[in-house]
Each structure stands twice: as structure tokens, then as C-alpha cells.
Design a binder for this molecule. Structure first.
Ligand SMILES: [Zn+2]
Length: 303
């Protein structure tokens, strides 16, 4: 009897084990099935597709997002941006003014020696030349700087800008913003398309100074649009980049010009009105500081 009981008990244990094994097999099968379903579905999941794109695909839009390398600058070294004022310097010719006979031409000329001394002064006084395109970000605090920002503009696109100013800017580690009359590119005394491209490759910035340097305030809306849009398109095609700044020829413009400039996609425009740009400046009426042979930064930047 005892033996039979034992047999019965062991049979029960065996059955219990058998049941456990069946449950285990069923569970394993379930896990395997779930795994297969997950693998199959993730193959068609956009997020998974994004992951398997090789980094060298060249398609930047589909690259997985990675944090941009941050400059090694401690936050406390940034200048306070609230109330920041940025001088936008206005140069024309960089050539010796002495032999120039006409008074206007002489007034628009700064000698190469004076120009070099100006750049040296800016460097010595902790100024950093920036792209004019960066102004809105600087005023809003989105772009923080460790040195005092300054914009160095050159109007008209004279050839001496390439011969004299460009090498000095590169040597001083500064960016120049060149406002180009697109109808004059390659004319005697003006920079050629090749020179502009070389400067662009070296990090210089370009703005539109219209097609033919006419007084915009006297033109019809159609002619103003032609001047603003034509120069923007030519420069963009030549340099392969968007042109977002405009400089009004001789500082002449009206309310209509501003509306057309906006419509043409200009974000910033400079005038010949004296002053320093700040967060309150109208983006399409930025004041500038005219530079001459007798300009003195010590008195100009005292205020
Ligand atoms: Zn001009």
C-alpha cells in the first residue's frame, strides 16, 4: 500500500513537472513570438530607419540629432547683452585720399595706413568684427559674445577693397561686410566676380547695394523692386548663398522702400544716419558711423 501511495505521489509530482514544462515552453514560445513581432515592426518604424542611415550619407536633414560642440567659454566670460550697442562702421575707398582731386571722392577715402591702424585699435580695445546677419541674435541674447561686437561695412564694391582692405582684414582676423552694386561688378575700378568669390571663400560677408546705385526714394515701386530684387538674386547666384542685408544707395529711401525690402526678403538694411545699432533700432533702418581719414575711435566710442 505504502509503495502504491509512493508511486501515486511520484506520478503526481511527475505530472506537476510536466505541467510546469508545458507552461515554460508556452511562455518561451510567447516571448519568441513577441520578439519576432517587435523586430519585424521596428524594421518598418521611422525611428529605427533613422538609426540605420550611415552617418556618411551626406543627407544632413536625416542625420540623427547630436549636440553641437560648444565653444570652450565659461558663461561668466560672456558680455552682458542687455543694452549692448554695436557700431556699424562705414568705409568706401581704402586708398590714399591726398592725390584725389574731387572733394567727394577724397572724403570717401581712408588711406591703407589709417585703415590698418583702425583695425589695430579695434583689436587692442577688445573689439570683434561680426557678420551683420548676426545682429538680431546678439541683441536678443541668443548669440553671446566675449568681445565687443563691431560691424565693418564697405559701400560700392571698389577694387581697392579687394587689394587693400581684404588682406588687412584677414591678417587682423576680422570680417568685412561688402555692399555690392551688382550692375558695376567687373567695371573698371570695381571688384570682379572672381574677386568677390575669393573673398566669400575667405569668410567675408556681402550685402546688396542695389543694381545701379540710384536714389530709391525717387523711383516707382516697380523700379525699386527691380533694383532690390535684381541685386539680391545676382549676388545670391554668384556667391551661392542667401543675401539678407541691404544698404540704401547714398542713404536714400522712403516708407515704400522699406516695405519692398521686406517683401524681397531682406532682414537688415543700413542707412547713412549716424548712430550705434541696438535692440531698439529698426532692423531695416540701421544707423552707421562714417569713417574718414580723420576719424578717431577714441572720441567716437567715448559715448
Ligand atoms: Zn554707395
Amino acid at each position: 500500500m505504502k509503495q502504491t501511495k509512493k508511486k501515486k505521489t511520484s506520478k503526481k509530482i511527475f505530472l506537476a513537472r510536466k505541467v510546469n514544462v508545458q507552461v515554460l515552453v508556452a511562455l518561451l514560445a510567447l516571448v519568441l513570438f513577441a520578439g519576432l513581432v517587435f523586430a519585424f515592426s521596428s524594421e518598418h518604424h521611422p525611428a529605427a530607419t533613422k538609426k540605420i542611415i550611415p552617418k556618411s550619407s551626406g543627407n544632413t536633414a536625416k542625420k540623427p540629432l547630436s549636440p553641437k560642440p560648444q565653444p570652450k567659454v565659461e558663461p561668466q566670460n560672456f558680455l552682458p547683452y542687455a543694452g549692448i550697442r554695436v557700431p556699424i562702421l562705414m568705409f568706401h575707398h581704402i586708398r590714399d585720399p591726398k592725390p584725389i582731386k574731387d572733394a567727394i571722392g577724397r572724403n570717401l577715402s581712408v588711406s591703407p595706413e589709417k585703415f590698418k591702424a583702425d583695425l589695430a585699435w579695434l583689436n587692442a580695445h577688445n573689439y570683434q568684427a561680426i557678420n551683420i546677419d548676426d545682429l538680431p541674435a546678439i541683441f536678443s541674447g541668443k548669440l553671446r559674445v566675449t568681445k565687443k561686437p563691431v560691424v565693418i561695412t564697405f559701400d560700392d564694391g571698389y577694387e581697392d577693397n579687394f587689394i587693400e582692405a581684404f588682406p588687412d582684414l584677414v591678417a587682423a582676423g576680422m570680417i568685412g561686410n561688402f555692399n555690392i552694386i551688382t550692375g558695376a561688378i567687373g567695371n573698371p575700378g570695381y571688384m570682379t566676380a572672381g574677386q568677390l568669390k575669393a573673398m566669400e571663400r575667405a569668410g567675408m560677408e556681402f550685402g546688396s547695394h542695389t543694381v545701379s546705385h540710384l536714389d530709391l526714394a525717387t523711383l516707382t515701386p516697380v523700379r525699386q523692386t527691380e533694383e532690390l530684387m535684381g541685386s539680391k538674386t545676382s549676388l545670391a547666384n554668384l556667391l551661392g548663398k542667401e543675401i539678407s542685408s541691404l544698404c540704401y544707395p547714398s542713404g536714400e529711401y522712403n516708407a515704400l522702400t522699406i516695405a519692398i525690402a521686406k517683401q524681397c526678403g531682406y532682414r537688415l538694411a543700413t542707412t547713412t544716419k549716424f548712430g550705434y545699432a541696438d535692440a531698439k533700432s529698426s532692423a531695416l533702418e540701421l544707423p552707421r558711423v562714417r569713417m574718414t581719414e580723420s576719424s578717431n575711435f577714441n572720441s567716437l566710442f567715448q559715448k
